[in-house]
Design a binder for this molecule. Structure first.
Ligand code: SAM
Length: 665
């Protein structure tokens, strides 16, 4: 049982490493984005502790098979607990109110003929190269080479002055690239737009082209910017003027044959041919009659209102013409593929690709790469946008250069599906990562020579999920964290594309939007409050508890900085007649993650293990609680963390938990 065989420091160490680069530990997550996936290593540890017979540290790297055990997850999202359960031979039943969830988990679990997939993906790339490859090329001014591939196009938002009527750029700052991944800092000249390489940011000097002094800070900030032509102070955003407009101001490109003659990356200011390429894309897009590009209006919402404030009214306005052209042509090619399994795989890829092919992507000036729209759990509207090469770039060994293109998505997806055939674990040998194959385990429904595993995935509100009493060996889940993530509002961004491409046959795809009134999140637009969250969670726990076999656990992860978010959890546990037999801490986020950076959010989850009590509950007193807390803190320290407990007044964590933790250096 978990209470006896789980090992907090052992699993915490693995989870901590996994969260640094989750795709290296659980490549399957690359099938499609889902928000804040919990570490797979945590759920594996929990399963082995519950169903195994030896301590987790002894069994973790060995093969397991628990056929006939039925595991449910009422909030499956991207499927982390279910995938781990399926991998160790269990039957799984997953529910989620969001139709994208069941689609994605099905894509993760369903077997794929890799050869057929690779061939179809290569065909797509070939066709796109022929159709639009020329639009992602540029000339290298350093070596006078023609038609080299572009990695990223960088765009700045443009405003029209209400006083003089002329356009001007909304630069929040002029630093395009820092001197971490490139030998020098790259600055845009505020006068003529030329790109300048500067060794020391304390001595900026002047522009090599026009001699104007270089600057770090730009004129746009706090929603206002002075017009450089007439000096009038303009306010932005201005939704009444329509969707935000952009101007191409820089390009990062790739020129591999010159690698040995050139230090660092290649940046340039766009020339007339680059502007003409975009113009060509625009004309071609306007001449098309789109069949798959979404026409939907963006509904108001807690997250989508930020888009509305920037004048965006329809999803398609979040993409410019070159992106729309590439996505529409991709969708047409995919829709015509005869093999349904491969067609669905590539449609899933397109849905994931749109995260990188839109006008909300930003450029990471330190890492020098594109940040996808969901690098935070919202819709970030920045003043500088990054457009990735839609095709992606492969170097001589076939490895991808840059991010956010078809090649990147295809490679990640293929690796994800390879992992399903032969999952592995990773352990760290000092600073070395050692991959440990776990021969005999697999993710899927059926393999030759093995007994079939039941996989039932449903798009439903889990408070209505019907399960026979006493049918489940365990429930492992990761419920919504109060109002932290607005799943429906965010997932619609991908869904409007996927649904147009695959049709409305899949369960839940009859809906126009993935939003649902019964989504268990607090949302002011949809009038969902603490009471809605509490009664919904309670109804779901109740149903799950009734379906559990005697003594079987309901296990869930949770964290929140607000105390009332835990009241809901407490009510749900009590209402369902369960008893919390353990509360285990486990790191679940990286403090440096962009979506929580600077928010003071907890990076440690509490794993609540609940069972139906056989007799009376033992009383809980403050002293026992305090002792339990101290023990948890010690165990996290043993895993290499420096937990800080926080008390009342703002940032409290449940039962035994530590709100802010940071990795020991
Ligand atoms: C924290 S996420 C689960 C993440 C998942 N464990 C993973 O690793 O990707 C919570 C999920 O609960 C779902 N959800 C919210 N309200 C629901 C409801 N009433 N019924 C079923 N699912 C719901 C959301 O759509 C979301 O996918």
């Amino acid at each position: 049982m978990i209470e006896d065989l789980f090992n907090i420091p052992f699993i915490a160490q693995l989870a901590l490493r996994e969260k640094q680069i989750q795709q290296n530990y659980r490549p399957v997550i690359a099938v499609h984005k889902w928000f804040a996936r919990r570490p797979g290593t945590l759920f594996r540890g929990l399963f082995l502790a519950e169903f195994g017979e030896s301590p987790v540290a002894e069994t973790f790297f060995r093969k397991h098979d628990f056929p006939g055990r039925a595991i449910a997850d009422p909030f499956m999202g991207g499927g982390s607990p279910l995938l781990e359960a399926n991998r160790v031979g269990c039957d799984v039943i997953g529910f989620d109110i969001n139709p994208m969830s069941a689609w994605i988990v099905r894509e993760e679990i369903r077997q794929l003929d890799q050869t057929a997939y690779r061939a179809a993906a290569a065909g797509l790339l070939e066709q796109l190269s022929r159709q639009i490859g020329d639009l992602y090329r540029t000339d290298c001014p350093v070596f006078d080479d023609r038609d080299v591939p572009v990695k990223y196009f960088l765009w700045v938002k443009v405003l029209n002055c209400v006083s003089c009527g002329r356009d001007f750029d909304l630069f929040p700052g002029y630093l395009l690239a820092e001197n971490r991944r490139h030998p020098r800092n790259v600055l845009v000249c505020p006068g003529c737009g030329e790109l300048n390489e500067v060794a020391d940011l304390r001595r900026l000097g002047s522009c090599r082209a026009c001699d104007e002094p270089l600057l770090l800070s730009g004129p746009a900030g706090r929603n206002q910017c002075r017009c450089p032509h007439c000096g009038h102070l303009n306010r932005y955003p201005r939704p009444e003027a329509g969707a935000a407009r952009h101007r191409l101001f820089a390009i990062e490109y790739h020129n591999p044959p010159r690698k040995n003659q050139h230090e660092g990356r290649f940046f340039k200011r766009p020339d007339a041919a680059d502007l003409e390429r975009f113009e060509r894309a625009r004309r071609r897009w306007l001449a098309l009659e789109p069949r798959f590009t979404p026409t939907q209006v963006i509904p108001p919402g807690d997250e989508t209102d930020r888009l509305k404030r920037w004048g965006y009214t329809r999803y398609r306005e979040l993409f410019h013409e070159r992106q729309l052209l590439g996505l529409e042509l991709s969708a047409r090619h995919i829709a015509a593929l005869p093999d349904e399994r491969v067609r669905h795989a590539l449609a899933t890829n397109l849905s994931d690709l749109v995260r990188y092919q839109n006008l909300l992507c930003r450029y990471d000036t330190m890492a020098l790469k594109s940040l996808d729209v969901f690098s935070i759990h919202g819709f970030p509207v920045g003043l500088i946008q990054c457009e990735s090469n839609l095709l992606g770039i492969a170097n001589g060994n076939g490895a991808c250069v840059g991010s956010g293109g078809w090649r990147n998505i295809i490679e990640k997806y293929a690796k994800a599906k390879e992992y399903c055939e032969a999952p592995f674990e990773v352990h760290s040998d000092g600073s070395r990562r050692v991959v440990v194959p776990v021969a005999g385990e697999w993710i899927g429904e059926q393999r030759e020579g093995a007994s079939a595993r039941r996989v039932e995935l449903r798009c439903v509100d889990s408070s209505t999920a019907a399960l026979p009493p006493g049918s489940l060996d365990a429930v492992f889940t990761d419920p919504p964290y109060f109002g932290n993530v607005q799943y429906g509002e965010l997932m619609d961004f991908c869904y409007v594309w996927l649904r147009n491409l695959v049709g409305s046959q899949a369960e839940g795809f009859g809906r126009d939007s993935t939003r649902a009134a019964d989504e268990l999140t607090v949302n002011s637009h949809q009038g969902r409050d603490l009471e809605h969250f509490t009664s919904g969670l309670s109804a779901v726990f109740h149903r799950m508890a009734d379906a559990l076999k005697e003594g079987a656990p309901l296990v869930f992860t949770y964290h929140h900085n607000r105390f009332e978010a835990y009241q809901a959890v407490g009510v749900a546990i009590l209402d369902s007649g369960l008893w919390c037999t353990a509360a285990l801490p486990c790191p679940a986020e990286m403090g440096g993650s962009i979506h929580i950076h600077g928010t003071g959010s907890s990076i440690v989850d509490t794993v609540f293990v609940c069972r139906r009590p056989a007799g009376d509950r033992p009383p809980t007193d403050e002293h026992r609680l305090f002792v339990a807390l101290l023990r948890d803190v010690e165990q996290l320290r043993a895993a290499g963390m420096q937990p800080q407990t926080s008390g009342h007044g703002g940032s409290a964590s449940a039962g035994s938990l530590c709100a802010n933790s940071k990795r020991m250096e």
